[in-house]
Structure formats: structure tokens, C-alpha cells
Ligand binder design. Sequence first.
Ligand SMILES: NC(=O)c1ccc[n+]([C@@H]2O[C@H](COP(=O)([O-])OP(=O)(O)OC[C@H]3O[C@@H](n4cnc5c(N)ncnc54)[C@H](O)[C@@H]3O)[C@@H](O)[C@H]2O)c1
Length: 371
Amino acid sequence: MRHLSIGFIGAGLIAHGHALALRSIIEGPTLGEATAELSLVYDIEQPKAAVFAEQHGVKAVAKEAGEMFDRTGPDVLYICTPTSSHKSYYLQAAEAGKQVFIEKPLAFSIAEIKEMIRARKKAGIKTQVGLVLRFEPVFWFIKQLIEKEKNRLGPLLSFYFRSDQEWPLCGSFHDSAWRSDPDQAFAGCLFEHSIHDVDLIRYLFGEVKDLSASVRYRSATCAGQIEDVAVINFSMESGATGNLTTMYHHIKGRDVRRLEIFFERAAIILDDYKPGDFNQRFRSLTLELSGEPLRQFTGEEVDREYYRHIGNPALLCPEMVSPYRYQALAFLEALLERREPFPDLQTALEAHRIIDSVYAYARRRTLPVSG
Ligand SMILES: NC(=O)c1ccc[n+]([C@@H]2O[C@H](COP(=O)([O-])OP(=O)(O)OC[C@H]3O[C@@H](n4cnc5c(N)ncnc54)[C@H](O)[C@@H]3O)[C@@H](O)[C@H]2O)c1
């Protein structure tokens, strides 16, 4: 039997999400013989840590960050602070031999991420990155559909992916001033939010060969450094093309994705995907195959297939479907079975490389339209 003692650095929005997801697993029968507990929390704002401990039954509140890395402290750390402090906390965790779940984005530069990868290898610790869309049943379902039906779909031609979100600053959710501060967030909708979408594009469609892009700073909220629009055109290794349009807007409470995938003889359309919505996470998913009636897939069908795929685990509340729970489950299982968790630092690095190329392209390549 094994026991995992879990600590949190940062007690804000996503930390609460992870704590709920972890509790839905560790307070139920899911782990079998193994056990886990939320043992310690630290936040630079002490009252937030105290509220977090109270809400989630965390055993103790750390007064200083250093307590998190103590030999007698937790053996697993969740790093849930603004992006600027991820690398420093990660390096300290590695030095202390802790297993780590770290939120995206990883750091401000590729060089810093490589430093984190070297530290992980040297310390021999396990690390999972919070690229949560890898655990969203509907994206797994689409990937399966593409693989199962590939002979009938024909070659992939092109994909159109739109991801839009209310400015995550003092809005209806993600109420966080740090996201408007380049020293803490580094950049805007592409880096902070759509790193998920870039990772998803690699998951569904393979490697990106090259790209062109526009990055824009339209809203007064942008302060010239936190972009609110990025439009990227991808050429994929497979020969297909694709587009990602991502933006921050001021439409209250809106956080929606739409994905259209075109093959030679078929189209798959996912409409109104909402990550925060537990009950109805998408409005419709359809497959239109040439010469056949339109097929519609329901959320229940998607969730049922996914549940079966991950081995029908005995979850505390199986009706509460959330990629955050599947993400937490995958992390705990990997630690208990002493496997490498996934997605790892290297996978996140690949998404960061693409985002870096977008910013580099947008800085260098503008072609004025002359009259
Ligand atoms: N994977 C996802 O779906 C997802 C969703 C939201 C946020 N995130 C990521 O999680 C991270 C945190 O975002 P959030 O929305 O929870 O922000 P938040 O502002 O709600 O919470 C951050 C917390 O960290 C604390 N903090 C700030 N600096 C600190 C420091 N140096 N040491 C300790 N505590 C510190 C703040 O007081 C706050 O309580 C970001 O990297 C963000 O990109 C990921």
C-alpha cells in the first residue's frame, strides 16, 4: 500500500479546481489500497491559503514557501501560482526530490523550460503539466473517430479552430489582475490561454511544419504587451493546413471553442465547447460523410466511451464529468504505479516552441497593403 501526501503552492482559482478533482478521487474508492491526503498549502497571501485549507480539509498552512520543500513535507507538489514563479518553484521542488504537477504555461522562455527539463532529469522526479484538454473526453472521441474512420474520411484537408474567452481580469471568472501584467503573465490570449489549443492541435493533427501569424493588441486592456487576438495559419507535416483564431473579449461569461475539421470526403464539426460546464460541455458534435445521413454524437455517448477507455474507474461521483478529474486521476495513478506521467515537460515545450514562433513571425513579417 502506498500513501501520497499532496501540497499546494498557490491557492487561487485553479488550485481550488485541482483540490476538488483530487478530493473526488481520494475520498472515494478509486485508489483501492492506496491512500492520499491534502497535507499543506502555501499562498503568498496567507488568508487565501487559510480559506483553501478550511474548504478542502488541508491539514496545515505553511507560513513560508520553504516549508513546502522540507524533507518532512509533502511528497507531491501542485504548482498553481502565476506563470512568473513557476520555474523557480519547480527548480526548488526538483532539488528537494518532490513529484510535481505544474500548471501551464511553464516559463517565459524556451531556455528556462530546458533548464527545468535538465533539473527534472538530474533529480529523477516525475512531472505532469496541466494541459487539461488532453483529458477532455470529446477531444479523445474526435481523435478516435478520425483514426477509426480514416479510410472513409479521406486525407485531412484543413481545420479551423476558434477559441475565445472573456478577458480573465476582474471578469465573471478567472478574476486575476496578474494576467494583465506582462511581468507575471508574459503575454496574452495565445500564451496564457491557447497553449491548450496549440497542444490540442498537435494531439489531433500531428506536427506543425511551418506557420504564419498575426498577433494584435486591440483592447485598451492590452497595455501593448498582452495580446487579445492571435490568428495563426499552420502547414502540417502531413500536408494539411489549418487555422487557430484565439481572442480575449469582453462578452460576459463567455469561454467557448469551435472546431471544424475537413477531410476529402467528410467534415467533423464540434460546436460550443465550454470547458467549465460540467453538465453540457458542448452543444453538438457531428460527422458528415459524403452520401450518408449526418451523424450526431451526444455528450452521454462520448463520456460513456471515454469512461470505458480509461477502465471504468470507481470514482466517487462518476456523474460529475470533468477533464480536471481525469487529469488528476492519471497523475495519481502514474505516481502510484511509478510510471512517467503525461503530458510531460517535453510535450509542453513543443507547444511553447510553436507559440514562440508565432510571436517571432508576428514581430518580423508584416507586409503593408498599399493603395
Ligand atoms: N489548466 C487550466 O485549465 C488552467 C486554468 C486556470 C489557470 N491555469 C494556470 O494556473 C496558474 C494560476 O492561475 P489561477 O487562475 O489559479 O490564478 P489565481 O490568481 O486565481 O491564483 C494564483 C494564486 O497564487 C498566489 N500567488 C501569487 N504569487 C505567488 C507566489 N510567488 N508564491 C505563492 N503564491 C503566489 C496568489 O495569491 C493566488 O492566490 C497560471 O499559471 C494559469 O495559467 C490553468
